[in-house]
Design a protein around this ligand. Structure first.
Ligand SMILES: [Zn+2]
Length: 263
């Protein structure tokens, strides 16, 4: 019997005969986050470190004109740019993100204080064009387009206060608090500033890993500074002030949904 069966058996399965004609409706990209960095190095050194050492990013955007963009890691592979990181209930974001490193020397200490290096216009234009394409292809939500300092506020401060997040907002790529609503809310908080526990709760609600103990400690200051660096780069000293509270209140406001019509 066995010998008869084996005699008429078809060829054994091989992977190249997998039928891919039917695709599942329930599927999406594994990429949920787009994370932006500056390299704190010049272009040749950035390329060398990101291609030869234990750190990497999917893309490197240079500061030359016209802008050179390197793709160092394919998008379906993991790059090592985020490190210990979190946002909302997601952690270890290397696994679920695409990383863009922007060539920029970061900052230098001078007798007048810390001086940050600005980003050339054409470099930012290139980052926005690249980000738009990645966001569209992977359907990345605006609340998941972040800086390294947002996902690791205790360790990282890139892409820094001169990175123009507002241009990302104008391009519809990130969330931004409505400025009139912020001005209105600030008047309320000028008279009555929320306590630190409120700040901690709002920062966590927005996405930051934030202590919830109600103490105004250095960790909490670092998270406030990360939020300010992104949304109010003119002053990012980590002080829990009325304008920061107003921005937090407005940006975490739930959109008002109209009541369902009665049947
Ligand atoms: Zn970084």
């Amino acid at each position: 019997m066995l010998s008869i069966l084996s005699g008429c058996a078809t060829r054994p399965f091989t992977v190249n005969q997998i039928d891919t004609r039917v695709a599942a409706k329930a599927q999406e990209s594994r990429v949920r986050f787009l994370i932006l960095h500056y390299t704190a190095l010049d272009q040749p050194k950035s390329l060398q470190v990101l291609s030869e050492q234990a750190v990497s990013a999917h893309y490197l955007v240079a500061d030359n004109n016209p802008t050179t963009v390197n793709r160092l890691v394919e998008e379906d592979k993991m790059a090592y740019h985020a490190g210990l990181s979190s946002w909302k209930n997601y952690t270890q974001l290397n696994a679920s993100s695409i990383g863009i490193e922007i060539v920029n020397k970061g900052f230098e200490e001078t007798p007048e204080g810390r001086r940050y290096f600005s980003f050339p216009q054409q470099q930012i234009d290139a980052v926005i064009a690249l980000a738009k394409d990645i966001i569209a292809r992977h359907q990345i939500k605006p609340e998941f387009v972040l800086g390294h300092s947002d996902i690791a506020p205790q360790r990282k401060s890139d892409p820094g206060p001169l990175f123009p997040w507002k241009r990302f907002a104008e391009a519809g790529l990130i969330l931004w608090p409505n400025e009139n609503a912020v001005a209105e809310q600030k008047l309320i908080y000028d008279a009555n500033l929320p306590d630190i526990k409120w700040f901690q709760k709002k920062l966590a609600e927005f996405g930051y890993a934030t202590p919830q103990h109600g103490n105004y400690d250095q960790e909490t200051r670092n998270v406030i500074a990360a939020f300010q660096t992104r949304y109010r780069p003119s002053l990012f000293d980590g002080t829990a002030d009325a304008e920061t509270a107003a921005m937090l209140e407005v940006i975490t406001r739930k959109p008002v949904t109209p009541a369902a019509p009665k049947p």
